[in-house]
Structures are given as structure tokens and as C-alpha cells.
Design a protein around this ligand. Structure first.
Ligand code: SF4
Ligand code: SF4
Length: 70
């Protein structure tokens, strides 16, 4: 089983809500800008993710998803 945390570059506003709510410090802000000049959030420590899905729940723009893959 592996985890794939996807952040949609066109939807992410860089608001940082997912970063603040993640209990395991998996996510962080990156230097990368999307086409709206927002700093994208990136997955920094996927191995620490506990699949609590708080990031999905609290993202106001439905930009992040946590997928478990076989
Ligand atoms: S599922 Fe939970 S632990 Fe994993 S990145 Fe999202 S908030 Fe963090
Ligand atoms: S909560 Fe959603 S929109 Fe905000 S930084 Fe995280 S993924 Fe991007």
C-alpha cells in the first residue's frame, strides 16, 4: 500500500489551511507559483501521513486529495 497525496495546482490558493491542520507536519509551502501567482503547497513528508484526511476535510477549494494505492 502506498500513499499518493495530490494537490491540484489550478485549485490550490496557497492558503495554508491544510498545513496548519495536518497533525503530522506532512505539508509545507513551496516556492513554486501556480498560474494565479499563489504559492503552492507541497507534500514534504509523505511517509509521516496517517491518512486522517483533515487536509481534505478543511481545504476550502477541494484542492488536495489523499489516495491509498495498492
Ligand atoms: S491525511 Fe492527515 S496526516 Fe496526511 S497529509 Fe492530510 S492532514 Fe496530514
Ligand atoms: S487548504 Fe487547499 S487551497 Fe489551501 S493550501 Fe491546502 S491544498 Fe491549497
Amino acid at each position: 500500500m502506498s500513499l499518493n497525496i495530490k494537490i491540484d495546482a489550478d485549485l490550490c490558493t496557497g492558503c495554508g489551511i491544510c498545513i496548519r491542520f495536518c497533525p503530522k507536519d506532512v505539508l509545507e509551502s513551496s516556492e513554486e507559483l501556480n498560474r494565479y501567482d499563489n504559492h503552492l503547497t507541497k507534500v514534504a513528508r509523505v511517509e509521516d501521513c496517517i491518512v486522517c484526511r483533515r487536509c481534505e476535510l478543511y481545504c476550502p477549494d477541494f484542492a488536495i486529495s489523499v489516495e491509498e494505492e495498492e
